[in-house]
Design a protein around this ligand. Structure first.
Ligand code: HEC
Ligand code: HEC
Length: 320
């Protein structure tokens, strides 16, 4: 998680949207004045990620987080006990799924791409259709979802955990005030506590805090073009997204661009309100170069293509 985070999106945008050629000369420093203008502009749209203060975590929170991490990697949470959270949200893969759509409890395919869980807790809501208000509600839904972990019975889940002496000890230490300590509520809190430690501050944040040398000239030029060409009305805030839901696509139907095999109506599937047709959460663009494939159905393999589609379907065309 040491890369420049979202920055790799900013390089291609220069090439894809404006067909500018990669210069053969090595990095030339941008004029100071321009660097300051880019910085000021960036500070008005984005804000640096705050690091969770892991070192100063209370002992209780540490125990809760450790337990949450153990649960995250335990297949005990799935119906057939064959998959864990990491099967679809591998932290080594920047917390996102590599298959276009998820492969669930009985190897069945779902219909959406597992988004990254890194930084996810900071979003205004969870799920591609913004269905859940926080990561805790989301993770419970994951456990009991037929397409994901496929647990059907709360009691069975709690029994499984209660039969394991390690869990009995870990839950009672993490939740000394609750009796019984193994409940859906404490499980939710523990895994949530772990998810709330996952952030990926990068050079982009160092830049936003005022150090213009933290980014290369090419990255700064890409950032400028990202801000000047209609991406920031939707992709802003600390996560460069994750703060609202919008229609995919504003111009045309998204599948004409993505060649998606399915038609997903987004929030409409929840609300049945025609105004919600094709409304999806604007995803975060942190670590975007690593979290392929793209879009809610994983229909697009490369970042260049995803950016090209965004330029055609969402952002105000550069020629206007
Ligand atoms: C079988 C694959 C699979 C498993 C296992 C799985 N997830 Fe997910 N996860 C998904 C998919 C797919 C979505 C998006 C669902 C949607 O939008 O309809 C998702 C969404 C999420 C989100 C929301 C992220 C965002 O940006 O909106 C979080 C948080 C999350 N999962 C956490 C977990 C946790 C914690 C576990 C384990 C308890 C888990 N998931 C298990 C596939 C999976
Ligand atoms: C009107 C709002 C809006 C604008 C403007 C916009 N986007 Fe998006 N963007 C979205 C939405 C909504 C999605 C999710 C679409 C889906 O998968 O259903 C998205 C998805 C993406 C993705 C894929 C993310 C992922 O995890 O799969 C990338 C990359 C992206 N946008 C880049 C850009 C760039 C670059 C621009 C400017 C050229 C831009 N966007 C302009 C709303 C917008």
């Amino acid at each position: 998680m040491k890369s420049a985070g979202i920055l790799f999106v900013l390089i291609p945008i220069c090439f894809i949207l404006f067909s500018c050629r990669e210069t053969k000369v090595k990095e030339e420093k941008l004029p100071d004045e321009m660097e300051q203008t880019i910085l000021k502009m960036a500070q008005s749209y984005f804000s640096p990620l705050s690091d969770p203060d892991l070192k100063n975590m209370s002992p209780e929170r540490k125990k809760m987080t450790g337990l949450g991490k153990k649960l995250f990697y335990d297949k005990i949470l799935s119906g057939e006990q064959k998959i864990n959270c990491a099967s679809c949200h591998d932290i080594k893969n920047y917390g996102a799924g590599k298959l276009p759509v998820s492969k669930g409890n009985k190897d069945q395919l779902g219909f959406r791409n597992p988004p990254s869980i890194i930084n996810a807790y900071m979003q205004y809501s969870q799920n591609w259709d913004a269905k859940y208000k926080n990561v805790e509600d989301q993770l419970i839904a994951m456990i009991f979802s037929k397409t994901e972990m496929g647990m059907t019975d709360t009691l069975e889940l709690l029994n499984r955990l209660s039969k394991d002496p390690l869990y009995v000890k870990a839950f009672s230490e993490a939740f000394p005030g609750s009796n019984p300590s193994i409940t859906l509520q404490t499980l939710k809190q523990a895994v949530g506590s772990f998810l709330r430690t996952l952030t990926s501050p990068s050079r982009f944040d160092v830049f936003l805090k005022g150090d213009t040398d933290a980014l290369t000239s090419k990255e700064k030029t890409g950032l400028k073009s990202f801000m000047e060409n209609g991406c920031v009305p939707c992709h802003s805030s600390p996560l460069v997204g994750g703060s609202m839901a919008q229609k995919f696509a504003v111009f045309g139907y998204y599948w004409d661009f993505t060649n998606s095999k399915t038609r997903d109506k987004g929030r409409y599937e929840l609300t049945k309100n025609p105004a919600d047709e094709y409304i999806f959460k604007v995803p975060q663009l942190r670590n975007i170069e690593k979290t392929y494939p793209y879009f809610h159905d994983g229909s697009v393999e490369t970042l260049e293509e995803a950016i090209r589609i965004m330029g055609l379907t969402e952002a105000k065309p550069a020629t206007e």
